[in-house]
Design a protein. Sequence first.
Length: 120
Amino acid sequence: MKEMQALWVPSILHPERRVAQPTLTALLRLLRLNRTEESGVPPSAGSCALQNAPTLGTVGGIARMEGPGGEAVVVARVGRASFVGYRLTDDRLDEVEVELDELTGQLSIDTALDGEPPRS
């Protein structure tokens, strides 16, 4: 039996972090929606307590969030304490900085840092 293998895309901002191509597809779909789905979290001005984003509770979880300035950002958990985030720019994913403060459990999003679009 042949095993399915996902194409892994390295983070531009943190190359040690990798995102599966199907996860990127799901993130893009969430960003293209004009409304927040169940995986959305309340508006947060660029940060939120991880406990308020239940879909990010496990590796592989994704959520649509509000970044600084109110723009839509999607976040994926790619490790125990590792996250990647993207925003939609000209119909492509641009990476943004997402970090977890493990002491406080606070996720912060910084959209001022531009990444390059992930390779497809």
